[in-house]
Design a protein around this ligand. Structure first.
Ligand code: GTP
Length: 313
């Protein structure tokens, strides 16, 4: 539907976000629901920095998904700002899907997270999602569901629904959409049809590059990498059927030693990252891409308010 058409009777629309410990499967589930690669997945924890929305539009509803970063111990100014961002997002949505991966026991990390939500002055509706159901047996899933149910009494919350789901096999993904939508208020769509994200393209491109850069690097590096897109535009003098998008981007690290890691032996690593990112961006935007990727060192950027502002945090 478009914003100019009348809203069908009973149409629901609203906002949801997924929370859960790092690697709980939040981004993968967002992608499975939206059906296009919007949020960023990676085998490394805590890669989702920006508030990225994916939008599911159906004849009867529009669900806007907001992807929040994980909560962390705020050791730096960036950490503090991210945590505030997370709390703000939680208060603004209609429903929160708490992702509890079935291949791991419900632990103190999960309890802490849910208790933070329980303490919000304005608490959205809660749905428990037993993610990665493809990884476990029926017996283990039953145990897991019992542990999830146990959180209600322990933390003084109420699950509107508890849904096992696998974003990888696709099992129950539609059910998750149904359940989330059933908890949205009635109202017209927020976004016109076909628009899957309202993030600026530069942000998506930067996130994709960042994801590629994080593949296969040591555990301590993720927090030190940020990507900025300096310039992006269609190259002039190209035939209409052969467009080329030029992208100039910087991969920013904190230390010279990290710069070395990112560049690799004779530039091999940077070349690989650039080539992978270029292919992914081409696929996302449907245009051939020329990517000029450089590594820069900005010392201690995570602690410096000036840099944080410049980088958009
Ligand atoms: N087998 C299986 N693996 C999954 C499923 N969902 C996610 N994964 C994997 O689990 C890992 C983490 O998934 P993400 O979606 O990045 O997790 P996340 O919760 O967004 O992680 P952060 O951004 O670090 O908070 C990835 O390697 C995914 O491929 C699932 O349903 N089944």
């Amino acid at each position: 539907m478009t914003t100019t058409e009348p809203t069908p009777e009973g149409f629901r629309s609203g906002f949801a976000c997924f929370v859960g410990r790092p690697n709980a499967g939040k981004s993968t589930l967002t992608n499975a629901l939206v059906g296009s690669k919007i949020a960023i997945t990676s085998s490394k924890p805590q890669t989702t920095r920006h508030v990225i929305r994916g939008i599911v539009t159906r004849p009867d509803a529009q669900l806007v998904l907001i992807d929040t970063p994980g909560l962390h111990k705020p050791r730096t100014l960036l950490g503090e700002r991210l945590n505030t961002l997370v709390h703000d997002t939680w208060s603004e949505v209609d429903v929160i899907g708490v992702c509890l991966p079935a291949d791991q026991r419900v632990g103190p990390g999960d309890t802490h997270l849910v208790s933070e939500i329980a303490a919000l002055p304005k608490r959205p509706k809660l749905v428990a999602l037993a993610t990665k159901s493809d990884l476990v047996s029926g017996d283990r899933m039953r145990q897991h569901l019992l542990a999830i149910a146990g959180l209600e009494e322990k933390l003084g919350i109420r699950w509107e629904h508890v849904v096992p789901v696998s974003a990888v096999s696709g099992e129950q993904v539609d059910e998750v959409a149904d359940v989330l939508i059933s908890l949205l208020p009635e109202g017209p769509a927020y976004y016109p049809d076909g628009e899957v994200t309202d993030e600026p393209t530069e942000t998506l491109v930067a996130e994709l590059i960042r994801e590629c850069a994080l593949e296969g690097v040591r555990d301590e590096l993720p927090h030190s990498i940020v990507v900025t897109v300096e310039e992006m535009g269609l190259r002039e003098d190209r035939p209409a059927d052969k467009p080329l998008l030029d992208i100039y981007a910087n991969l920013i690290v904190e230390r010279d030693s990290q710069k070395g890691i990112m560049i690799g032996h004779k530039g091999s690593r940077l070349k690989e990252v650039g080539s992978e990112a270029r292919q992914q961006i081409s696929r996302l935007l449907g245009t051939p891409v020329h990517l000029d990727l450089r590594v820069k060192v900005l010392k201690e950027w995570q602690r410096d308010p000036k840099y944080l502002n410049r980088l958009g945090f």
